[in-house]
Design a protein around this ligand. Structure first.
Ligand code: ME8
Length: 512
């Protein structure tokens, strides 16, 4: 059982058959925002991402590139590491399935499942899709292709099998006991009905290619890439050393975040493998939706693949992070639209959030000599705004626990809206002549509200939020969630503030 303050979150590990695209960037971004949120909330976080480097699909890509698979995977994996820097992700570990620590863990897991009697040798005859790295039953095929549209090939070879069929009732019991095992709820229903129909034993080794982890004691067989890949979540914790610090602290994982395409592997096969090896299943699997591009399915053949580097160059890093997390309710499919990106950048970030900060800080500069003003007695309106700012964290916590990132952002933007209405209603620019003390109280209330907002947006827009906190001269040690709310810190009157500069510029198209 993991430590009570621990929080373990993982991304899928990405195939290195090709360079990263928006889908990969999106999954890791969501995990990054959740990991940062939990860290600021005082949790001991372990955030894992990495690359899936074995299997036929990657071997084929290496061959097509005219490279040895190891050299090829080294090169492409580096592109995923680079994305970590470009997108400002904060993983605690980056695992590659070609690392020794991982290979050892995969063989140990296999050995344990075999010793427990869950693996037997047989012969596979059926369909396989290299693109999906998945087996398909004849009845699943649609017009001679996988249900995903991927081509399939007939495979006949000796194979080890995992007794998945024996796990039906244990899995159904697990689902019944844990109504939050899979999110969103609609996806959970899919999983349960799939398992209810009955499960077939799963072929878990291949003999017709070599690029993978050899089966212990039978090196003619290579372990099926999904057994290999899923194990990353525990090999990164030092498995098979289950008494080690990392494993004891962080297993079971709090949440595996994945795309909806790989739910079956995570919510059916993975818990079954773990149970077969006497390990606990993860606490939760959350499947998000898929992006399309201006209404079109994203595909290499259509030439409309979205490169995350290009997004960051064109729109800005925090703008991209914000758009991807706010535009689509996390868990649903979404459509990437330039027009809607620009609208969000200009209205929500530049006008609503950015202008609020710039206006308030400029008034403090002009009317209060560039120092944090000293508040007088608070009026009901001031108390009301501060109460909204103080209450935001709890509301966000509830949403973040369910990976409802868009709702967490909605909460922040409600407070931003409230603060903007308050500035207009209080009109500190006229108050300052009539009642300078009252103007100081209003500006202090606003500065305090902005301090809350900037700390609360740190998980989503780390660099811009840090700039706002710099403009408020908030010390580094006072930027986590303990500094929020009535029991937290406040800005100290008299503190000198730097000259304000806009944090969220409006989007301007580069001339073509
Ligand atoms: O499946 N929209 O790796 P993968 C949103 N190696 N997300 C998308 C997307 C899109 N259009 N396209 C891809 C694998 N994704 C395995 C995983 S885990 C033990 C092994 C995201 O490189 C989504 O998260 O094909 C999906 O699950 C992941 O990329 C698949 O990446």
């Amino acid at each position: 059982m993991s430590a009570p303050d621990a929080f373990y979150i993982t991304t899928p590990i990405y195939y290195v058959n090709d360079v990263p695209h928006i889908g990969h960037a999106y999954t890791t971004l969501a995990c990054d925002a959740i990991a940062r949120f939990m860290r600021l909330d005082g949790r001991r976080v372990h955030f894992l991402t990495g690359t899936d480097e074995h299997g036929q699909k990657v071997e084929k890509a290496a061959r097509e590139a005219g490279m040895d698979p190891k050299a090829f995977t080294d090169r492409v994996s580096e592109r995923f590491r680079e994305l970590v820097r470009v997108m400002d992700y904060s993983p605690d570990d980056f695992i590659r399935t070609t690392e020794d620590r991982h290979v050892r863990a995969v063989q140990a897991l296999w050995t344990r499942m075999a010793e427990n009697g869950w693996i037997y040798l047989g012969k596979y005859a059926g369909w396989y899709s290299v693109r999906d790295e998945a087996y398909y039953a004849e009845s699943e095929l649609v017009d001679g292709r996988a249900p995903t549209g991927a081509p399939v090939e007939w495979v006949e070879e000796p194979s080890y099998f995992f007794r998945l069929s024996a796990f039906r009732d244990r899995l159904l019991r697990l689902y019944a006991e844990r109504p939050d095992f899979v999110g969103p709820a609609t996806r959970f229903n899919e999983v349960v009905s799939f398992v209810r129909q009955g499960l077939q034993d799963l072929s878990i080794s291949r003999t017709t290619f070599r690029w993978g982890v050899p089966v212990p004691g039978d090196p003619d067989h290579v372990i099926y890439v999904w057994v290999d890949a899923l194990t990353n979540y525990i090999s990164a914790l030092g498995y098979p050393d289950v008494d080690g610090e990392l494993f004891r602290t962080f297993w079971p994982a709090d949440v595996h975040v994945i795309g909806k395409d790989i739910l079956r592997f995570h919510a059916v096969y993975w818990p079954a493998f773990l149970l077969a090896a006497d390990l606990e299943p993860p606490r939760r699997v959350f499947a998000h939706g898929w992006w399309t591009n201006e209404g079109q399915k994203i595909s290499k053949s259509l030439g409309n693949v979205i490169d995350p580097h290009a997004l960051v160059r064109r729109y800005g890093l925090d703008q991209t992070r914000y758009y991807l997390l706010r535009e689509v309710p996390f868990g649903q499919d979404g459509d990437f639209r330039h027009e809607s990106m620009v609208r969000r950048i200009n209205h929500e970030l530049a006008n609503d959030y950015g202008n609020l900060v710039q206006r308030v800080l400029t008034m403090i500069r002009r009317y209060c000599d560039g120092r944090v003003p000293a508040p007088g007695e608070l009026a009901a309106d001031d108390e009301a705004l501060l109460a909204r700012a103080h209450g935001c964290l709890d509301a966000m916590r509830r949403h973040m626990r369910e990976q409802a990132l868009h709702r967490a952002l909605d909460e922040v933007f409600e407070v931003i809206g409230e603060a903007n209405r308050y500035v207009d209603a209080q009109a500190p620019w006229t108050l300052r002549r009539r009642d300078p003390k009252r103007a100081a109280t209003v500006l202090w209330t606003l500065a305090e509200t902005i301090r809350h907002l900037a700390i609360l947006t740190r998980p989503f827009m780390p660099a811009s939020s840090a700039r706002i906190l710099d403009l408020l001269a908030v010390p580094a040690a006072e930027r986590d969630f303990r500094a929020l709310g009535p029991g937290g810190r406040t800005l100290r009157p008299g503190t000198a503030l730097p000259e304000p500069t806009p944090v969220f510029p409006r989007h301007r198209e580069e001339p073509a």
